[in-house]
Design a protein around this ligand. Structure first.
Ligand code: IDP
Ligand code: MG
Length: 167
């Protein structure tokens, strides 16, 4: 099944200069890149992205982590990958959430760590289901930033300019 998945190179991945390595690993999947940008993550975006984890004890640290507060750089790289079984392929390559339990050849197994304060710094985010992927892609990207449209869009007029929005 053709799917899309949201991938983030998290602030630790950027600080460790892993962008090239991660993109090379992702190219092993033969998926197609459908969107990419550098994003300064606001607290609101961080909260919405991780809304399902809001009751976890590590939630506040997670918001700081994804906003770059632990790495002195307020940015992530956000990308959409597109193709057959994209979600499973990228999750497999990413490895388990806990970098110490992740397959050592996976991205998280190779580059992740648990900090002394208990944050899982695992270099990348990858959507974990079709439902999450759709929610996350619509949260991070506008339709016109994505090359292929697998989710319905509608035309809206803002300030007399026609543009696309998610339906
Ligand atoms: P996922 O990123 O593999 O989908 P989620 O459970 O959705 O895992 O958690 C989102 C992120 O929150 C993880 O990637 C990791 O950075 C962090 N995280 C998850 N569980 C823990 C934990 O038990 N302690 C500390 N950080 C965690
Ligand atoms: Mg998740």
């Amino acid at each position: 099944m053709v799917q899309q998945t949201l991938i983030l190179i998290k602030p630790d991945g950027l600080k460790k200069s892993l962008t090239g390595n991660i993109l090379s690993r992702l190219s092993e999947t033969k998926l197609e890149i459908a969107a990419a940008k550098v994003v300064k993550v606001s607290r609101k975006l961080a909260e919405e992205h991780y809304s399902e984890l809001k009751d976890k004890p590590f939630f506040e640290d997670l918001l700081k982590y994804i906003q770059g507060e632990f790495h002195g750089r307020r940015k992530v790289i956000a990308m959409v990958y597109h193709g057959e079984d994209a979600i499973k392929k990228v999750r497999q390559l990413a490895g388990a959430t806990n970098p110490e339990e992740a397959d050592p050849t996976s991205i998280r197994g190779s580059y992740g760590r648990i900090t002394t304060s208990g944050v899982y710094e695992n270099a990348i985010h990858a959507s974990s289901s079709e439902k999450d992927a759709e929610r996350e892609i619509k949260l991070w990207f506008k339709p016109e930033e994505i090359i292929f449209h697998i989710y319905p869009v509608k035309e809206v007029t803002r300030h007399n300019v026609k543009e696309l929005d998610w339906e």
